[in-house]
Write a protein that binds this ligand. Structure first.
Ligand SMILES: *Cc1c(COP(=O)(O)O)cnc(C)c1O
Length: 416
């Protein structure tokens, strides 16, 4: 049967052997999956999800029962006071942008404490010149880099003591950097430090790729507001687009007024038929995140056995669904990415090339043979074409599809 996909016996044997090494990790993932499923199901019951929630609005989108129910579910599942879950957010980056513009005013300071934020935010913040950036509105930006993959606690404390900071941004997932992703423990510890000095600082967490990876979410360790994309973890591979912002009620109100307009806020925003998909998405999300994690762990083990540097290793506790393979070779990165594309469900015949992407500085390779355009909760792999040529692989709607995609990718790098 494997021959149907062009996978050799050698690769099948290797991957199956590595899979056995991952049993203990897989068991822990199943446990987290059950816990998160329980959270979701309990919230469906509490919010009395019914068939009527599948109906949706058009036009202004007043009185949308499904939308309100979905927002209540996200609120519960993320442990927040309030949540905004909208398809009018065109991406995670857009939701992060709305959040920044909602919370910051001219003269305010935004402080990133994980070094430079996600690439697409360069022009939003004004790190790269843009006439519509926060900087152009007179919002100051500063950053403190991580030290050995942890927060620089002393420098952060010093900064908060000596400057009036409005918003602190924490990005848990590594983005296109070489650092490790940040555990909830570390995030909780740094928030405590910040709040002890100035309780008015708003702590905002970019939670992309981290939802449902463990049993906790950043609100439970003191974050004021968290942001994520629905074409990642919480969309479960079913949400067609959108993003969420969850957290303190007063902050969510500000975000709603920025997303739509002051005075109408969250009361408007038609759902145009997607309510059922968003509900199904969050319902499937714990299982899809578990499949993604298993795919990532197996990938880590296989590539490690083949002699590549990987981050995290298969035994490490994970904070997100992203697996790095440090290829140190542009061709290997390209071929591996091509293999993932060949192993995907959609556009498997497309040949990946490195290309300029809006919002990104270097050329980027991307394998995304997904049902939803750009969805990275589906099996996908990308990376900027710069040394040390790291592949950022993530997602898979089911574990068997992830494993098969991995086999195709291994075939490509072994061939060469
Ligand atoms: C994916 C991601 C985003 C947002 O990306 P979009 O493609 O705009 O949805 C932001 N931050 C991190 C860490 C991400 O992984």
């Amino acid at each position: 049967m494997y021959q149907l996909l062009g996978i050799s016996e050698k690769v099948v044997e290797l991957v199956n052997r590595c899979e056995k090494d991952c049993e203990e990790q897989f068991r822990q993932i199943d446990e987290a999956c059950e816990y998160n499923s329980l959270k979701v199901l309990a919230s469906f019951h509490k919010n009395k999800v019914s068939e009527a929630c599948f109906n949706s609005t058009t036009g202004y989108g007043y009185n949308d029962l499904g939308r309100e129910t979905i927002e209540n579910i996200f609120k519960d599942v993320l442990g927040a006071e309030d949540a905004l879950v909208r398809s009018q957010f065109i991406s995670g980056s857009h939701a992060l942008t709305v959040c920044f513009f909602a919370l910051l005013r001219p003269g305010d300071t935004l402080l990133s404490i994980c070094g430079k934020p996600y690439d697409t935010l360069d022009e939003v913040i004004g790190i790269k010149e843009n006439k519509s950036s926060l900087k152009s509105f007179g919002v100051h930006y500063d950053q403190i880099d991580l030290v050995e993959d942890d927060f620089d606690y002393e420098t952060i404390k010093e900064y908060i003591r000596n400057h009036k900071v409005k918003v602190v941004e924490i990005q848990r997932s590594k983005g296109y950097s070489t650092r490790k992703s940040l555990s909830l423990d570390k995030v909780g510890k740094v928030i405590k430090c910040i709040k002890e000095i100035d309780n008015n600082v708003i702590v905002m967490v970019d939670n992309c790729y981290c939802e449902f990876v463990s049993s906790g979410e950043p609100i439970s360790v003191g974050a004021d507001v968290i942001v994520g994309s629905l074409i990642k973890n919480l969309g479960g591979g079913i949400a067609p687009n959108g993003a969420y912002i969850a957290g303190r009620h007063d902050l969510i109100e500000l975000c709603a007024e920025r997303l739509t307009l002051p005075g109408e806020g969250r009361e408007v925003g038609p759902t145009l038929g997607i309510n059922k998909q968003l509900l199904q998405g969050i319902y499937f999300a714990p299982g899809v995140v578990a499949s993604s994690l298993k795919t990532a762990i197996l990938t880590s083990r296989v590539l490690e056995v083949l002699g590549y540097e990987v981050e995290p290793t298969y035994k490490e506790t994970r904070a997100d669904i992203v697996q790095n393979i440090i290829f140190k070779d542009p061709n290997k990165l390209l071929e591996f990415t091509r293999g993932i594309q060949e192993g995907s469900a959609i556009d498997s015949n497309a040949v990946v090339e490195a290309w300029d992407m809006p919002g990104y500085t270097d050329k980027v390779v991307m394998a995304s043979g997904s049902f939803t355009q750009g969805s990275s909760i589906e099996l996908s792999c990308d990376g900027p074409m710069r040394a040390p040529y790291i592949a950022y692989m993530q997602g898979s709607l089911t574990y068997p599809y992830g494993k098969l995609g991995l086999m195709k990718a291994i075939e490509k790098i072994i061939e060469k």
